[in-house]
Design a protein around this ligand. Structure first.
Ligand code: PMP
Length: 365
């Protein structure tokens, strides 16, 4: 007789069964971390001091997000009801998709782009409409405009984009928002501080614009998991129905105000990275490595068929970089995060040695 426990097992939704597994290569990262576009150094010392002062008693209480949301909103020049803090931008994307995507809806995105858009979209019953960028990896604006249909309910744009480093202009984003009034236009400004341009000033003036920001990059708080969504009150009200009231923990909430206040630290880190990027790009050009223009804290480079060996050689030299070959249109391409100038000197030495080894072994890279 068949065992009921084997015939009657819980099964996930069909869409979940079809989902690809996503395992970011995070294991054993005791090296120079140029693989996840994080801050490569440390967070503000003021955040460190705040953490040290948190009492054991404070941890017994559920986190209260509203006062911190009000502080963040004021910092951005917005009303508190327009801003929701999230457990990283990843939760913001997840909750936004859960709020707005129904069966048969379409979520439109240029590719290659940030992996989690597709992951969370494929967990809904909506259809992913991916618009491939050309070899230059520039924002495929015309093709995105042409791909909008009455079923388009979310348009997800990372600006600047990862892994390409390319950007969409303000005009292009506004035209997308106007062409698809039935869709939420998510402008993910995770790398805003390295770029400097934003649509945050338009939040609340366009009925379908939602902007996301993270504290994982320039602020150096990836481990705390802090992000935010900013949009018109009418849309944010729906988002808040789906969002957990406790998903941003009390340590993260305590650290946010001092992180925002320490603009000197933020400005120093961003300036350091931009100076390091200029030097690193010059080193790539000197080494004859093709690179894509970057407005962010990373650069995508062309290594070619031996990309996997290159990544291993870099790791052997103590430098972690990220193979993006599995991203659509990125075969042979590797993404390298920009850290400080001193760190990038180490990266240049490792890169030149790795290229010399691959070239000495003959053949094309
Ligand atoms: N958006 C983009 C474009 C990213 O590259 C990343 C991180 N790699 C995220 C969002 C995730 O941010 P968070 O750490 O806040 O979840």
């Amino acid at each position: 007789m068949a065992d009921a426990s084997t015939t009657l097992a819980p099964t996930p939704r069909a869409r979940v069964q079809e989902m690809k597994e996503y395992h970011p290569p995070l294991g054993s990262r005791a090296a120079l971390r140029l693989d996840f576009n994080e801050n490569t150094l440390e967070c503000s010392p003021r955040v460190r001091e705040t953490l040290a002062q948190i009492s054991a008693g404070a941890l017994t209480r559920y986190p209260e997000r509203e006062p911190v949301e009000a502080i963040v909103a004021a910092h951005l020049g917005l009303h508190a009801e327009q801003v929701a803090l999230t457990n990283g931008v990843d939760e913001a994307i997840h909750v936004l998709f859960e709020t707005f995507l129904d069966a048969d809806d379409e979520v439109l995105m240029p590719v290659p782009t940030y992996t989690m858009y597709e992951v969370y979209a494929s967990a809904t019953d909506a259809r992913v409409v991916a618009v491939q960028a050309g070899d230059d990896l520039q924002f495929p604006f015309d093709r995105l405009m042409a791909a909008i249909t009455s079923k388009t309910k979310v348009i997800a744009i990372a600006n600047p984009n990862s892994p390409s480093g390319s950007v969409a202009t303000r005009e292009q984003l506004l035209l997308l928002a106007t062409r698809a009034p039935q869709a939420v236009l998510l402008v993910d400004e995770a790398y805003f501080h390295f770029y400097g341009e934003t649509l945050m000033d338009l939040v609340g003036t366009l009925p379908n614009l939602v902007v996301a920001r993270t504290f994982s990059k320039a602020y150096g708080l990836a481990g705390l998991r802090l992000g935010l969504l900013a949009g018109p009150v009418e849309l944010m009200r729906w988002v808040r129905r789906v969002l957990s009231p406790y998903s941003v923990n009390s340590l993260a909430l305590a650290c946010l105000p001092p992180a925002l206040e320490d603009t000197a630290y933020l400005n120093w880190y961003v300036a350091e990275v931009l100076a390091a990027r200029t030097e690193f790009e010059a080193a790539l050009d000197a080494a004859g490595v093709r690179r894509w223009p970057s407005r962010t804290n990373f650069v995508l480079v062309e290594i070619g068929a031996r990309h996997a060996e290159f990544v291993c050689l870099m790791r052997d030299a103590g430098v972690l970089v990220r193979d993006r070959s599995n991203d659509p249109g990125c075969d042979g391409r590797v993404r390298i995060t920009i850290g400080t100038r001193a760190q990038m000197k180490q990266a240049v030495t490792a890169l030149n040695n790795a290229l010399a080894m691959l070239r000495a072994e003959g053949g094309k890279l």
